[in-house]
Ligand binder design. Structure first.
Ligand code: SF4
Length: 313
């Protein structure tokens, strides 16, 4: 007998993220994120710009989901988060997308901003595993997640790749409209670390389990970034990797109303932050070298990489 998606009811009275909108997405209602109950993806392709243990030489199998539950004012992917470009796919088709990336020898399946489609993704992963998907799954998130939802991913996700964006409620409110960001994110991080255990690499240096916490340095925010790094290191120590990112790219005119965001991070700001992290004792971490603040690091969200049978229009 054919099985149907047992997770679908989670779209009714949607509480898939801390916004807890309570809308019935199965009935066509939409909440803050604007997403329906059918997954929409903007790109599914090999991606070479993640941390080296995720991208390697072969590339990470990145699936970019449209819409977002956070929507930061400086979002680097606003074409898909706010302007919601993308193509709807069924859960069976999503499973085929995962398998297609595996055929291209991706090192992992990298789910980018997936939380608002959790019921569909859980089922698509089950369908794909039944058809031979064997790659590790990376859950690449803003960090603004509910612990209750993350628990559903236990055993299905091997690597968590969350942002930890803000320590200060005031900064979180100014740039992402959510004062509770840090408390929510830390509860989510606790769950991720508990689920996966410490970072593990295979003989090729490819990550097979664990958590990488990403911090993106914003211009003029070195002090807060330093305090956040110290807080995260004190809490998790070497049970996680910290990835200290300097690739902030001012997208204009999108960030024009926030004048302080209209420039890149200076090398001196980044050096101050990294030096402080080293002084705090951070050993398991990644830093970025060279000029990473370029729009060319933002891939095109035009359906690239979708299997031919999914290309519509
Ligand atoms: S996933 Fe979307 S609809 Fe559901 S609670 Fe979050 S923002 Fe609201």
């Amino acid at each position: 007998m054919e099985r149907t998606n047992p997770y679908l009811s989670l779209y009714k009275c949607c509480r898939l993220c801390p916004r807890c909108c309570g809308v019935d997405r199965l009935a066509g209602e939409t909440g803050f994120c604007g997403a329906g109950a059918t997954p929409k993806i903007a790109r599914a392709a090999l991606h070479y710009w993640e941390e080296p243990c995720l991208s390697g030489q072969a590339g990470s199998g990145a699936v970019f989901f449209s819409h977002c539950t956070l929507r930061c004012v400086y979002c680097q992917n606003a074409d898909i988060s706010a302007r919601q470009q993308g193509q709807e796919v069924s859960e069976e088709e999503l499973a085929q997308v995962f398998l297609h990336l595996q055929e291209q020898e991706a090192l992992n399946i990298n789910l980018v901003t997936p939380g608002h489609y959790l019921p569909s993704i859980l089922w698509a992963l089950e369908l794909a595993r039944a058809q031979g998907l064997h790659l590790p799954v990376v859950y690449n998130t803003s960090g603004y997640e509910r612990v209750e939802c993350l628990r559903l991913l236990r055993g299905k996700v091997q690597v968590y790749l969350p942002d930890c964006k803000y320590l200060s409620a005031e900064t979180a409110r100014r740039y992402s409209g959510v004062e509770d960001y840090f408390g929510v994110a830390v509860a989510a991080l606790d769950e991720m670390v508990e689920q996966t255990g410490p970072p593990r690499l295979d003989e090729r240096g490819v990550m097979t389990g664990g958590v990488i916490i990403r911090q993106l340095l914003l211009p003029g925010r070195v002090g807060e970034a330093q305090r956040l790094t110290a807080t995260l290191h004190a809490r998790y120590g070497d049970r996680v990797y910290l990835s200290l990112m300097n690739q902030y790219t001012p997208i204009l005119p999108q960030v024009a109303p926030w004048p302080e965001l209209c420039r890149t991070v200076t090398p001196d700001e980044y050096d101050q932050w990294v030096d402080h992290a080293v002084d705090c004792g951070v050993e398991k971490g990644f830093v970025q070298e060279g000029d990473t603040a370029e729009e060319s690091f933002i891939p095109p969200f035009d359906g690239s990489g979708l299997p031919a049978f999914l290309r519509r229009g």
